[in-house]
Design a protein around this ligand. Structure first.
Ligand SMILES: *Cc1c(COP(=O)(O)O)cnc(C)c1O
Length: 406
């Protein structure tokens, strides 16, 4: 067994882990559905879902079953060989979407890295090597590799790491005129989250998404949707682009794809994929049978009317509880997002208190997230029990009241 008698606690974190995170003061050890327990046995209701990852809750029996079965069959074989789970999962993703070809990787950043490289490569092969401009948006988040932080719209994440990849332009989100002002025939792609997650839980408007599609078509640029957070049922549709009836050329998905097991995918059309050839891009772990088997089970469960329709019902429960709290405390300026990507923005007089509310919620036995300093974010399991929502919102109300009383 890998376990021994060495006692690890939250204090161990400060001694052994690179200090790029500031985790909560408790250490979760066990989860079931939308409940989590820490080292002291204290119970939490999970409205964070591992940041929109555990879309079927913790230790869903079907995912555990696949993990065990595939774990006793074949874990890894490399891309020198193909495997059945990767082929089945790709076929199902193609059947469920606009796509004709799939590339698997292990994280959202890697799927986006592949997407941005593909957009540049496609433009250089079909047009010109100078068609390399990428248009992206303020506050966007696309991952932490150097290319993806550079396309992301928060310079604080990309500063300090030396020269950044060039020819990336940022303009305000939901501002079509700003995109028009910078797009030209040297643009290879527009990269956008249909619902900005980390940047504050803001959905793109219908006109914006339609306008981006038209501008891309006019300038032979590719439209790339980063659905790492908004995809896999989170919005109430399998992918958020379905709300807009606008198809991308490339789409990335990760977070909920494996329900907690690391796996990501980049989807594109057959025509765009045809510019790639063996050796142009690659990965060691991407598309491994264990990850793909688990993602296949996750997709089979999420892509059903029961689960997808249940998202909107659960959203209504969150929104009405938040509205009731707001009626009592006058604390939120807006409740937004789509499906179970719910954002509650604090009124200006409470600006900057999102983290305090997170800490107070943890004290009350509730896991929630922020998105910036002023937005509380909820990304629970898509199948969270209504009783868990009710109890969690009661704990949330207590936490908010505590913070406002300070
Ligand atoms: C989380 C996220 C990423 C990065 O995913 P990782 O798995 O952390 O690399 C990229 N894009 C969006 C929209 C995300 O929410």
């Amino acid at each position: 067994m890998a376990t021994d008698n060495t006692q690890v606690t939250r204090a161990t974190f400060d001694e052994v882990i690179l200090p790029v995170f500031a985790p909560a003061q408790f250490v979760p050890v066990k989860g079931k559905g939308s409940r989590v327990w820490d080292q002291q046995g204290k119970e939490y209701i999970d409205f964070a879902g591992g940041i929109a990852v555990t879309a079927l809750g913790h230790c869903h029996p079907a995912l555990v079953e696949t993990l065990k079965t595939q774990g006793e069959t074949l874990w890894h074989i490399s891309n020198v060989f193909t495997n059945e789970p990767t082929l089945r999962l790709a076929s199902k993703l193609i059947k469920a979407t606009f796509a004709g070809r799939v590339f698997f990787a292990n994280s959202g950043a890697e799927a986006n890295e592949a997407a941005f490289k593909l957009a540049r490569y496609y433009a250089s092969k079909t047009h010109s090597p100078y068609k390399s401009k990428i248009i992206a948006f303020h506050n966007a988040f696309h991952g932490r590799t150097l290319f993806t932080v550079s396309v992301g719209g928060q310079p604080k994440y990309s500063d300090g790491f030396g020269p950044k990849p060039a020819d990336i332009v940022h303009v305000p989100f939901n501002d079509l005129a700003a995109v028009k002002a910078v797009i030209d025939d040297h643009t290879c792609a527009i990269v956008v989250e249909p619902i900005q997650g980390e940047g504050g839980v803001t959905a793109a408007t219908q006109e914006f998404i339609e306008g981006l599609r038209a501008l891309c078509d006019e300038h032979q640029a590719l439209l790339v949707f980063d659905e790492v957070q908004s995809g896999m049922g989170r919005s109430g549709k399998l992918f958020a682009y379905e709300h807009y009836s606008v198809q991308p050329d490339i789409l990335t998905t990760a977070k909920a794809l494996g329900g907690g097991f690391p796996v990501s995918a980049m989807l594109t059309t057959q025509e765009i994929a045809a510019t790639m050839a063996p050796g142009v891009h690659g990965t060691t772990y991407g598309g491994n049978p264990l990850a793909c088997a688990i993602a296949e089970t996750s997709l089979d469960i999420i892509n059903t009317p029961e689960v997808l329709n249940g998202v909107e019902t659960r959203r209504q429960q969150f929104v009405s509880a938040l509205k009731a709290l707001d009626a009592e405390l006058d604390v939120f300026s807006e409740i937004r997002g789509k499906g179970l990507l719910v954002g509650a923005e604090l009124k200006p007089q409470h600006a900057g208190k999102a983290r305090d509310i997170l800490h107070a919620a943890a004290e009350q036995g509730l896991m929630i997230l922020n998105a910036g300093n002023d937005v509380i974010r909820f990304t629970p399991s898509l199948i969270i029990e209504p009783t868990d929502i009710a109890e969690g919102m009661a704990r949330f109300a207590t936490a908010v009241k505590q913070v406002l009383a300070k």
